[in-house]
Design a protein around this ligand. Structure first.
Ligand SMILES: Nc1nc2c(ncn2[C@@H]2O[C@H](COP(=O)(O)OP(=O)(O)OP(=O)(O)O)[C@@H](O)[C@H]2O)c(=O)[nH]1
Ligand SMILES: [Mg+2]
Length: 847
């Protein structure tokens, strides 16, 4: 390990900030900088040899002499006011030390006989002698003491860093070609400075008795006192002392500030820097390689002093040869791993910042700083993660009442929830009760399960919803018809789709005249030729147009900034004056139906019911669907076998219809239930959060991980022969395994009970019975029997194995085979309820 890394590793645990092995400013910097050294507002990086490599300062104008290398695009001065900086000029009294190990220290007396210069340094005596019996140690000695200064208004810098992070990296890596790693940029908010210092460190495999060193003072030509180390040690000790030219309080021994990391996947950072235009540059183009192995063993040769046992006249600091590593190497800093983990967990964030005081505040009197995961875990327990408007994320370690511009992550997401009972959630101030999060891919059955909960525990509202579910069922039916027509008569439907859903007048089938909502006289009897089927299908085209009619409604609204934003598709609410429905077909266009349109569609459906049934029951149509492997009965929102009932003019959806209907969730929603006592469990308030499961929705999941008591993960087993609706390259079961893996391994969820619903068991059974071979779709299934018991057990094992191997802590998993549309799942709901409540009674005092 490089000396600088050993030194910082050992002294980081002292909680004073980042210890610099090279406290002196680089002497190629302008005098305006070197005179004072590191200042608050400096932006730079820690180098592998343990120095702070200053680039620019945000508190002075771009034309200030210290900003001589330039400033990033859109540079703004972060103006500080009187009182913004807290200064402690005598923070370190003369002769103080910061040491990782127990140290014996004594002042050296002046001795004329030894040839010492007759000087009395500020610390008194002619220097210091230190000794320790530790196997490894790092020591900072401050013979003349030192000062500290810290920014009081840290929030100002944090917001500044979040806003400018991207431009900083561009400036450093594109404009200046520095090849700095993502995460290495440091914005300084505090520094400890000294006029003189001695640093030393060593690490031995075995304890070889006491190690002793002397830091001795001598006078230089300017009349100032200079220090140098001497030792009688045989074993190699790395030691430096300085400065070479004493006089100024410009030596930075500890730094404090914000470490800044942009969103980029770990793997994406490997490889050389590509040269590409700045405008097009993505974060991955901006960084060189990176490694987050803390204290990774790198060739250690920089500035090591090999003391020999030649009495007190050992080599001085000036004899050390400082070598520079040709390749950029990762310099360990605890905030880097924390930022990495934040970005992993908060997928919506584009930049993470962590202040040194964050990780310092969770240190626990340890001699070695814990690794990043542990610090992160402690931070999660202590502070909420908050996001800024720019998409930045950070631990909110400040008093939230004083921080106006930020809000806890979960609140940000819940602001979008169009539910009346959606309450902002604060990590430390949440309402008592159970929070249950439903997760799983799209069409896995999350909203269906929620409706089962509503049916059981919020019956009144569930009943009220029934009528408002009718347009969704209409839409589901129309989708089924569209699927059939696309399969059996693609000629008549494709041009319509291609032409962007033309109006009835422009429809390609002008051979059949279709009056609006009047009953159609469709060909009688089962058609046996493809032209008969086409003709029958064509009679139904107005139905598809009926749905198009909804799109004329306002599907977008304008926000205050004049941007068009789509109206969200929400689960139906009886009090709404209009319904927002989202089709689950390829076009995925939201549309809005007024009461009149809804009634009109119902009448159309009723009038065409006979034709739809004829088309659906037509043996040729059935044969084509079979050949094309379209199993409409297993598709969500299938009502074709119930058409006469569900298309009646006075149709009110039954409870089962509500459960069977399908609408894609595009915004998270939170639903509150008052659970009554039931003999096993006391009364309690439950919040169930339902999120969208399609890929475009998943980034919102994480915002609900905070304070969740249990997660029900729904994995539809029947998806083994299907691809995702949103990505035809991804098998649904494999997608479920991927997200399950992420849920199991999430540190944020390490304490959360996981309940696995291996759902759509009924559909799996039907598919296997129909002869669809699991082994054709899941390679690992090999030649196992294709019956539902063997297949479901195999699939379940895959999920439990993932849970076991990816959970960071051992925890139990409750898994069930379910068909959540089935009435029997109602009893399961109460089983889950009892289980979660019991678990929470045991683990917390929430209830
Ligand atoms: N046969 C059968 N159908 C189910 C089952 N679970 C859900 N469904 C149906 O599958 C469809 C999709 O269910 P949803 O609950 O809307 O799926 P989701 O997970 O909320 O999907 P997104 O909102 O897109 O994330 C609905 O029409 C349900 O009726 C099941 O176990 N068996
Ligand atoms: Mg849903």
């Amino acid at each position: 390990m490089a000396d600088s890394q050993l030194y910082s590793r050992l002294l980081l645990s002292k909680g004073a900030g980042y210890p610099l092995w090279l406290p002196e400013p680089y002497d190629d910097l302008p005098p305006a900088y070197t005179d004072g050294g590191v200042s608050i507002g400096d932006v730079g990086v820690i180098t592998s040899d343990g120095a702070f490599d200053f680039v620019f300062n945000i508190c002075v104008p771009s034309d200030h002499p210290v900003n001589s290398v330039g400033v990033p695009e859109d540079f703004e001065v972060a103006a500080l006011s009187h009182g913004d900086i807290r200064r402690a000029p005598r923070h370190y009294p003369p002769g103080s030390d910061v040491s990782s190990a127990k140290l014996k220290k004594r002042s050296l007396a002046f001795s004329a006989s030894s040839g010492d210069n007759p000087i009395i340094p500020a610390g008194g005596g002619a220097g210091f002698s230190i000794s320790t019996s530790s196997r490894e140690a790092a020591v900072l000695l401050l013979p003349d003491g030192g000062a500290s200064m810290d920014l009081r208004r840290k929030q100002l810098f944090r917001d500044y860093a979040l806003k400018h992070a991207d431009r900083w990296y561009r400036f450093l890596n594109k404009d200046l070609g520095r090849m700095v790693e993502n995460g290495s940029v440091y914005l300084i908010t505090g520094v400890d400075k000294a006029a003189s210092w001695g640093v030393a460190c060593f690490s031995q495999d075995t304890s070889e008795g006491e190690v002793s060193l002397e830091l001795k003072a001598s006078m230089v030509a300017t009349g100032n006192v200079k220090y140098s180390w001497t030792s009688t040690e045989v074993s190699p000790i790395a030691a430096r002392a300085g400065p070479d030219e004493p006089g100024n309080l410009n030596q930075a021994v500890f730094l404090r500030g914000y470490k800044v990391m942009l969103r980029e996947r770990f793997a994406g950072l490997r490889g050389a820097v590509k040269v590409s235009p700045v405008e097009d540059a993505k974060p991955r183009d901006l960084f060189p390689r990176k490694s987050y192995v803390p204290y990774s063993d790198v060739k250690s040769s920089s500035s090591r002093l090999e003391f020999t046992a030649t009495g007190s006249s050992g080599p001085t600091e000036g004899d050390a040869v400082v070598e520079y590593f040709p390749e950029p190497i990762h310099v360990y800093h605890p905030a880097d791993m924390i930022n990495e983990l934040i970005l992993q967990d908060v997928q919506t964030a584009s930049v993470a910042v962590t202040h040194d005081s964050d990780w310092i505040s969770v240190l626990q009197d340890e001699s070695i700083i814990p690794e990043g995961h542990e610090l992160y875990r402690r931070l999660l327990e202590k502070y909420p993660l908050s996001t800024s408007e720019e998409g930045g994320v950070f631990f909110n370690s400040f008093d939230t009442s004083r921080e106006i511009s930020e809000s806890p992550v979960s609140e940000i997401a819940l602001k979008q929830v169009p539910e009346k009972n959606a309450a902002p959630l604060h990590a430390h101030n949440r309402e008592p009760g159970v929070r249950l999060l439903l997760l799983g891919q799209s069409e896995s059955g999350k909203s269906t399960l929620l409706r089962q909960f509503q049916r059981m525990y919020d019956h009144e509202n569930f009943e009220k919803q029934r009528i408002s579910r009718r347009p969704i069922i209409q839409s589901n039916i129309i989708n089924s018809i569209r699927t059939i027509i696309s399969a059996v008569a693609p000629k008549i439907i494709s041009p319509r789709i291609d032409s962007g859903r033309s109006s009835p007048a422009e429809a390609s089938v002008d051979s059949i005249s279709v009056p609006g909502s009047i009953a159609i006289s469709a060909p009688e009897g089962p058609g046996n030729s493809s032209s008969d089927i086409e003709a029958l299908a064509a009679t139904l085209l107005p139905l598809l147009d009926a749905e198009d009619g909804y799109e004329r409604g306002p599907s977008v609204v304008q926000n205050l900034a004049g941007q068009l934003i789509p109206l969200p598709a929400v689960e139906m609410n009886a009090e709404q004056t209009y319904e927002v429905v989202r089709r689950s077909d390829a076009s995925r266009v939201p549309f809005i139906g007024s009461k009149e349109l809804e009634t009109e569609t119902q009448l159309r459906l009723q009038s065409m019911c006979g034709a739809v049934v004829r088309l659906w029951k037509n043996p040729d149509v059935q044969a084509i669907l079979k050949t094309k492997k379209i199993h409409l009965e297993d598709n969500p929102g299938f009502f074709l076998d119930d058409l006469s009932r569900v298309t009646a003019a006075d149709y009110v959806p039954s409870a089962d219809d509500v459960i069977m209907s399908r609408v894609e969730t595009t915004e998270p929603s939170q639903h509150t239930f008052e659970m009554q006592p039931n003999g096993h469990t006391p009364s309690s308030t439950w919040s169930i959060i339902d999120v969208g499961g399609s890929k475009t929705q998943r980034h919102k999941w994480l915002t609900f991980f905070e304070n969740v008591n249990a997660i029900i993960f729904l994995a539809p087993l029947s998806g083994f022969d299907q691809c995702l609706a949103e990505d035809s390259t991804i098998n649904r079961i494999e997608d479920s395994w991927t997200i399950w893996k992420e849920i199991c391994s999430s540190i944020l969820l390490a304490q959360v009970d996981l309940i696995l619903f291996l759902n759509k068991y009924d559909v799996l059974e039907r598919k296997l019975k129909a002869g669809i071979q699991l082994s054709k779709h899941i390679a690992g299934y090999q030649d196992r029997s294709n019956d539902v018991k063997t297949a479901s057990a195999y699939l379940k094992n895959k999920f439990t194995a993932i849970h076991e191997s990816h959970s960071s802590k051992r925890r139990s998993l409750h898994s069930f085979f379910t068909s959540v549309t089935d009435a029997s799942s109602v009893s399961l709901v109460s089983t889950v309820r009892d289980m979660v409540v019991r678990q929470n009674l045991v683990t917390s005092d929430l209830l």
